[in-house]
Design a protein around this ligand. Structure first.
Ligand code: SF4
Ligand code: SF4
Length: 321
């Protein structure tokens, strides 16, 4: 196949490549690649036909996408997200996103929710209202929610104000909250049946399933109702290997080996300097951090390497290496 498969995101009319490039791992929260390197990876993905890119206000990678959107806006689909709760805060977030993305419309704008339960819809009513107004004004094409929670997926399936879901799922259930893996799979199917667009994150459980790469990604791709799978990469080689796995046959993908040799990452805390402020513990959506003797410690079994903790540390003591 010399072209990636394209799928429609539910009933949105938005067509995306089955491979979505997750722009979190290359950015400041994780690998912190130089901007030029990030642009090289993103541009190579575009040249090879990837049209779907996932970022977020909190990932601090919107400006990278902004650099490429000035040239290719009409051909690309960009999703971004904000943790804003109120109407005014969401209005400000969307303004910031449009400035950083250098665009006058955004394809998919998510409520960035992670572990929250179904109360999120009430707590962020104002934010959701603003997104809807912007959709009516054609500033946003689709409103979404990014979640790790089974109950939120199930509830979103029944709501008219959510068009797209970005859902955490993987075959070992790592990071899923509010239910089992089987219950998440059922909730995804329910949402798809209701016409929602669905794409998934953490199919490789933040790198914990790298040794089982093919089966872990195949499992996610086979899920009924999943239109696209978001995978983060931090090098051209990783990008090409992933595209090869997704069936793209080009001279570039044929030149890389199929054997995935992506470096396994781990969270590292510079404990000696830790003041025990607890900000990182608060920020972790997966109960992977705790305080012991006034020092932050990691429970690596729960860590999905999302990187949400590191920007919260006032002393920059957390690294994903
Ligand atoms: S400790 Fe928590 S917030 Fe930090 S990378 Fe791991 S899962 Fe993400
Ligand atoms: S945020 Fe930083 S200083 Fe505070 S507990 Fe975590 S690692 Fe320690």
């Amino acid at each position: 196949m010399n072209k990636l498969q394209h799928n429609e995101l539910g009933n949105t009319g938005i067509k995306v490549t089955e491979f979505c490039l997750g722009v979190l791992p290359m950015g400041p929260l994780q690998s912190d690649l130089p901007e030029g390197k990030c642009l090289e990876i993103i541009n190579q993905a575009i040249d090879l036909g990837v049209n779907f890119f996932d970022t977020a206000e909190g990932y601090k990678t919107q400006p990278y996408m902004g650099r490429v959107l000035t040239k290719n806006r009409g051909d690309l689909v960009v999703s971004t997200k904000s943790p804003a709760k109120t109407y005014d805060d969401m209005a400000a977030s969307v303004e910031k996103s449009m400035t950083e993305l250098r665009t006058d419309y955004i394809d998919i704008y998510h409520i960035h929710s992670a572990r929250d339960g179904t109360e999120v819809f009430e707590e962020r009513k104002g934010a959701l209202q603003r997104l809807h107004e912007l959709k009516q004004q054609q500033v946003i094409r689709a409103v979404g929610i990014a979640t790790h929670n089974v109950k939120v997926v199930s509830a979103a399936a029944e709501r008219d104000d959510i068009d797209v879901l970005f859902v955490l799922v993987n075959k070992i259930g790592m990071g899923i909250v509010g239910g089992t893996t089987a219950e998440m799979v059922a909730a995804i199917e329910k949402a798809a049946t209701a016409g929602k667009g669905l794409y998934v994150m953490k199919a490789l459980a933040g790198g914990n399933l790298l040794s089982d790469y093919n089966e872990a990604l195949s499992w996610a791709r086979r899920l009924k109702g999943v239109n696209s799978v978001s995978v983060g990469v931090v090098s051209i080689k990783e990008l090409l290997q992933n595209l090869k796995y997704f069936g793209l046959q080009t001279p570039e993908t044929e030149a890389v080996s199929s054997e995935i040799a992506i470096k396994e990452k781990k969270l590292f805390i510079l404990e000696r300097q830790c003041t025990g402020c607890g900000a990182c513990v608060e920020a972790c959506p997966n109960d992977a951090l705790f305080l012991e003797g006034e020092k932050a410690k990691a429970n690596h079994e729960n860590c999905i390497l999302c990187g949400y903790c590191s920007p919260e540390c006032p002393d920059f003591l957390m690294r994903l290496t």
